[in-house]
Design a protein around this ligand. Structure first.
Ligand SMILES: NC(=O)c1ncn([C@@H]2O[C@H](COP(=O)(O)O)[C@@H](O)[C@H]2O)c1NC=O
Length: 547
């Protein structure tokens, strides 16, 4: 073990000093060609306690190094543990020695481990440096980082370790100063406190171990302790497991750094839009599918400091019903943002504004839903079909919520990937089917609810972005005018109603083909309606919502 330091008070010319560390039997070298012994208080005490062994030597440093004891001892497996959050440490710390591990730890972590009966080598015994600068330097030392970063398959790396009597670490377990919790806590934290809560040594160890994951297992999350112990017990070489831990480690550090950087920007500028921005996201749930069933999607919670307690649909609690979809989240968010306080009246006015579109929609309340309102919601009937009770996809009641992000695959299917199945009595002619395919290609790119009319490979009209399909149809029909006769129609999603609704109006306008995904509980009505008017109806089984 080579120790170097600076104590201007102690000057001994042209000598090299060594001592045996009393805790570890490590030989410590005090090198100093100018005759200056470098020392810090515990380093000094190491020197004092070993005064009897202190001797002068004329040997060059190289020869002295050869006499040094090993650190940590080769042959054993070693875990380096340095934790701010000590959850489950007792369980984990006790598990490691059972698997033949020796543990090296920083101050507070070592004390915690010792308090539950786990024997530990303190980091200072490896570095022969005291923790200093109020904890800013603990593990930042070649004896630590050499033991993490050395490639076991590189002879020169292992020779370097051997030359400097540095032992290897097989497992590195670190979590960081709780910067995020500190700066988001209710208690006021001043700038200096914020700065001191930025962890430097921890990320350095995590990054080093994650880089060298082929040889070093890195753990940043106490939830991974059981799996790690199992892995070590099985003693098998599974690079996938190692890579997964390394991925998580870099993610941990990246999120941490993004919080530090966001906080620093806020201390620097009032501008809400920094020139560059990294957004830490936490997976809330994979989604059933994206805007359409053939697109994969997921929902993430935004973990930026600016989003803490900001409200939004991301942290709403789902009490029952089927799993939320991509569109459910988009619509629920819009509904939530526009919810009002005068609850029953607000609900009646909202429904009155567009009772057709309300069917199958989302209703959100930011106050408790009382019995009267619940009854009103339940008893209300569809305006176009008195037999049908009102149906809402989602009812959102008052819950604390936070911001989030939706992610999904691109909707890149083409008409060639789709089966156009004729479900009506009448089949379309080839040219009409060709126009239906063209209309289908167009409708995929139009904002929902989308209707496209096409003839002779030319779009005649489109209706887009309307809250109900009937309105979209009417807009498209207005644009197409008289040319609509014999045209093909594509709808991005199924028609919830047919009679006295969009299917019947389309048939009456003179279209020859209607192409739609199908899948409505009233598909039968759409088929009957088309049969009545002699229109061809084709189902595609693929929806193309686009918001
Ligand atoms: N400065 C260093 O060399 C250093 N090495 C480790 N730490 C951090 O110290 C914490 C553990 O400290 P303790 O075991 O003393 O409670 C960990 O969160 C770890 O990330 C450090 N602290 C900050 O940078």
């Amino acid at each position: 073990m080579l120790g170097l330091g600076a104590a201007p008070s102690t000057t001994i010319p042209n000598t090299i000093y060594s001592c045996i560390n009393p805790n570890t039997n490590l030989l410590v070298l005090f090198s100093n060609n100018q005759g200056r012994i470098n020392s810090f208080s515990s380093f000094k005490s190491c020197l004092v306690r070993n005064l009897s062994r202190l001797h002068t030597s004329s040997k060059p440093i190289k020869d002295m190094a050869a006499e040094k004891a090993q650190s940590p001892a080769s042959g054993d497996r070693h875990a380096l543990i340095s934790l701010s959050d000590k959850q489950d440490l007792a369980f984990f710390g006790n598990g490691l020695p059972d698997l033949g591990f020796k543990i090296v730890s920083t101050g507070g972590t070592a004390s915690s481990l010792e308090s539950v009966g786990v024997s530990v080598t303190k980091v200072e015994q490896i570095t022969c440096f005291p923790e200093m600068l109020d904890g800013r330097i603990k593990t930042l030392h070649p004896n630590i980082h050499g033991g993490i970063l050395a490639r076991r398959d590189q002879k020169n790396h292992m020779k370097a370790l051997s030359d400097h009597k540095i032992g290897t670490f097989d497992v590195v377990v670190v979590n960081l100063y709780p910067f995020y919790d500190k700066v988001t806590s209710k208690g006021v934290i001043d700038f200096e406190d914020g700065i001191e809560n930025i962890d430097i040594g921890g990320p350095a160890m995590i990054r080093a171990a994650a880089k060298n994951h082929k040889d070093v297992l890195v753990v940043v999350d106490s939830e991974d302790y059981p799996e790690l112990l199992e892995f070590l017990n099985a003693d098998k070489d599974d690079q996938q497991f190692r890579r997964k831990l390394a991925w998580k480690a870099f993610q941990h550090v990246a999120s941490y750094d993004s919080a530090v950087s966001e906080w620093l920007w806020k201390q620097t500028s009032e501008d809400k839009f920094p020139p560059s921005l990294t957004v830490p996201l936490l997976l809330k749930s994979p989604l059933r599918y994206g805007e359409n069933p053939h697109q994969k999607a997921a929902f993430y919670v935004d973990k930026r400091l600016s989003e803490v307690n900001a409200g939004g649909i991301a942290t709403a609690i789902q009490h029952h019903g089927k799993e939320m979809s991509y569109n459910n989240y988009l619509d629920a968010d819009a509904a939530w943002n526009s919810s009002r306080d005068d609850i029953l009246e607000a609900y009646r006015l909202a429904v009155k504004a567009d009772p057709v579109s309300a069917f199958g929609g989302i209703v959100a309340f930011n106050v408790e839903v009382d019995e009267a309102l619940a009854k009103e919601i339940r008893e209300f009937r569809s305006p176009t079909d008195c037999e049908t009770r009102m149906f809402y996809e989602i009812v959102v009641a008052s819950k604390q919520v936070g911001g989030g992000w939706l992610a999904q695959d691109s909707d890149d299917s083409s008409p060639q990937d789709i089966q156009f199945n004729v479900v009506s009595e009448k089949s379309p002619q080839d040219s009409q089917l060709n126009d239906a395919e063209f209309a289908w290609l167009c409708v995929k790119h139009v904002k929902s609810n989308a209707i496209v009319l096409a003839k002779n490979n030319c779009m005649l009209g489109m209706g887009s972005g309307q809250p109900n399909r009937l309105e979209s149809l009417r807009i498209a029909l207005r644009k197409a005018g008289e040319d609509v006769k014999g045209a093909s129609l594509a709808s991005d999603a199924f028609f919830p109603f047919a009679w006295k609704d969009a299917v019947e109006e389309a048939c009456e306008s003179g279209v020859s083909v209607i192409a739609e995904p199908g899948g409505s509980i009233r598909d039968g009505d759409a088929i009957d309606c088309c049969n009545k008017y002699g229109v061809s109806l084709v189902f595609t089984n693929v929806r193309h919502f686009r918001h």
